[in-house]
Design a protein around this ligand. Sequence first.
Ligand SMILES: Cc1cc2nc3c(=O)[nH]c(=O)nc-3n(C[C@H](O)[C@H](O)[C@H](O)COP(=O)(O)OP(=O)(O)OC[C@H]3O[C@@H](n4cnc5c(N)ncnc54)[C@H](O)[C@@H]3O)c2cc1C
Length: 439
Amino acid sequence: MKPNFTQKVTNWGNFPVVEKEMRSEDSFKRIKEFVLNHNEVIARGNGRCYGDASLGESMFSTKKLNKFISFDRLNGIIECESGVLLSDVLEISVPQGYFLYVTPGTKFISVGGAIASDVHGKNHHAEGCFSEYVIEFKLMIESGEIIICSREENADKFWATIGGMGLTGIILTVKFKLKNIESAYIRQESIKAENLDEIFRLFEESDSWTYTVAWIDCLQKGKNIGRSILMRGEHAFQHELPQNVSKNPLRLKKKFEPTVPFYFPGFVLNSLTVKIFNLLYYKKQSKKEVKSFIDYETFFYPLDFVKDWNKIYGRNGFIQYQMMIPKNKGKEGIKKILETIANSGNGSFLAVLKLYGKENPQAYNSFPFEGYSLALDFKVNSKLKKLVEQLDTIVEEFDGRIYLTKDSMSKSSLTNYLKNVQSSKFVSLQHKRIINNNS
Ligand SMILES: Cc1cc2nc3c(=O)[nH]c(=O)nc-3n(C[C@H](O)[C@H](O)[C@H](O)COP(=O)(O)OP(=O)(O)OC[C@H]3O[C@@H](n4cnc5c(N)ncnc54)[C@H](O)[C@@H]3O)c2cc1C
């Protein structure tokens, strides 16, 4: 009897859920057999995209592609299989004085997923996307052949795969560069902004900082709209550090990691609890400006601290709505988005505002371009579809776009910026949805 590999699969938002075949293999020969024996395949990393991007008819999970191949400690160049997580990379590289050039807000994503979404971090304005530091990768294409892709070799496939959402094939191994650091700490300044004018001014003034990001209270209205806290940071040099950590600057103490043990009942997170959370978050910093040294985990990955935090949204799940608006229309567009959310009563527990730098024109499938982006979490409920439609209309009006790796229900015109990825073999649920909505 043939083994049954069908199972329930979902991504970080727990929405949507599919019951389809998922397999993982560690030999390239067996991966080829899987690709050739299935009509529709999509690669899957660690399922940290929020929506339906790594769901499909037959999913190939890279969980077993988890080996390091080499680490050139002199030049900070690492080569590993595509299922290796960024957390694994940091574990071996930080004690050696190396950090990721670009990291998203969670370290629990795979290196393959980092390329397929061409992820960005708090330093896009200064250091661009993940792809800037990728030297080459091996890609399994439709025929099962493995090709090397770099800026010189198979450059067309290289650029189509960057931000290509798994639609060009399966990334098997990746070689990429790391950056030098002297310590595992960040020199941080966090500044309160009373409204949108102030936070936009602070972003522009903080342009010379490598890392900037703002948490924004999306339930404020009127003169308080845009109330937020800007965090800006730099990797700390050893000589700057407080004495208690300067002796061992590249090591962090193990922390207690709480877990959300079960799905919260649907009523726990409502507009009142979201309001209280946002108020407490703003009030917890009593001074206008606070300077501190914090470890890199607290600075880059505050959400990773609570394992399975996505369960607080309940069994119906949640979506993350992340959109981007060109810089010259940023303030007006973001204001309209915030007003719409505040009036909808469908508050976002977490809302993050970022300023992005210029796009890399070669990486045409990457999401970021010069402008402002807002990322918002919304619990899935009966009012959500209408809110997403309203937000989509505003994003369209301001010539914006939606980040595919977070999306599961937006207008296809806002997500349809992918080029050169047509394949009858590598197909995701998301791509089908976008194509169907278009036809
Ligand atoms: C808490 C949190 C914070 C986040 N913050 C950010 C952020 O700041 N910036 C940002 O850019 N993103 C952010 N993300 C999104 C996340 O970085 C991306 O969705 C990332 O691609 C997830 O990688 P994964 O390994 O989990 O891949 P999956 O979620 O499994 O897949 C994501 C996409 O990559 C493709 N893929 C995965 N592996 C391969 C492979 N080997 N070959 C080909 N295609 C592949 C899949 O087909 C799919 O299209 C965040 C996510 C979470 C949960």
